[in-house]
Design a protein around this ligand. Structure first.
Ligand code: AP5
Length: 218
């Protein structure tokens, strides 16, 4: 099963992708997580990505396309994967269509997380991420057991640089200009499944499990 999660920053793509990956044992591929990891390690890729990410801009297409090509070719993707945050531009979408064709793989569905700007701003400003393992919390909606400490690994929780208010604005503009047009691209292919991403986490997870069943028969 191959799924793409598409939606604005903070719409809950990562939260749901992690849950679904755990239940289906299909890998969750977050280009944002991979890039943050490279930034932490100080690799060449991380150095090239850092400035773009902190400013809320897209990392150049060539880098994310190549990174995705390599990741989906790995052995754990043989039964499928959940793409979270890729593609984000028409160029990436066209490259992804071609990658799947070359690898004789079939895209099952694109889950579109529909939500208002007001709701995602509240989510992003309350989000806290683990510096060590990347686990994601929310001060009100998904608090850790101990304030400031990751339940999973005991790491320190922090506010992502790109979750600061001024950067959120740029990320929304980038989303509207580069990523939203993909809804049209995938609608024409008959692949879009829209969900109301403003619902509580557990309700969306239940819906996701139904979608997984639908996606495999589409
Ligand atoms: P990335 O990390 O992918 O950021 P994003 O797409 O902006 O998405 P977020 O991680 O902000 O949000 P999310 O939808 O996953 O929400 P989450 O589940 O965390 O990308 C970061 C940067 O990397 C980009 O800006 C770019 O620079 C670069 N990049 C990445 N991919 C790229 C690409 N393809 N091309 C070029 N550059 C790329 O939830 C948010 C908060 O809400 C959490 O606190 C969570 O607990 C809470 N929450 C979640 N669901 C609910 C719910 N239903 N109800 C209440 N609270 C909820």
């Amino acid at each position: 099963m191959i799924l793409i999660f598409l939606g604005p920053p903070g719409s809950g793509k990562g939260t749901q992708a992690k849950m679904l990956a755990e239940k289906t044992k299909i890998p969750h591929i977050s280009v944002g997580d991979i890039l943050r990891d490279e930034v932490r390690k100080g690799s060449d890729l991380g150095k090239q990505a850092k400035e773009h990410m902190e400013a809320g801009r897209l990392v150049p297409d060539e880098l994310t396309i190549e990174l995705t090509r390599q990741r989906i070719g790995q052995a754990d993707c043989i039964r499928g994967f959940i793409m979270d945050g890729f593609p984000r531009s028409l160029k990436q979408a066209v490259a992804f269509d071609k990658m799947l064709e070359e690898q004789k793989k079939n895209l099952d569905a694109v889950v579109y997380f529909n939500i208002s700007d007001e709701e995602v701003i509240e989510r992003l400003s309350g989000r806290r991420s683990c510096k060590n393992c990347g686990a994601v919390y929310h001060l009100k909606n998904l608090p850790p057991k101990v304030e400031g400490i990751c339940d999973v690994c005991g790491g320190e929780l922090y506010l992502r640089k790109d979750d600061e208010e001024s950067v959120i604005r740029t990320r929304f503009e980038v989303y509207a200009k580069s990523t939203q047009p993909l809804i049209d691209h995938y609608s024409k292919m008959g692949k879009i499944i829209e969900i109301d991403a403003a619902k509580p986490i557990e309700e969306i997870t239940a819906e996701m499990l139904k979608i997984t069943a639908i996606a495999t028969v589409l």
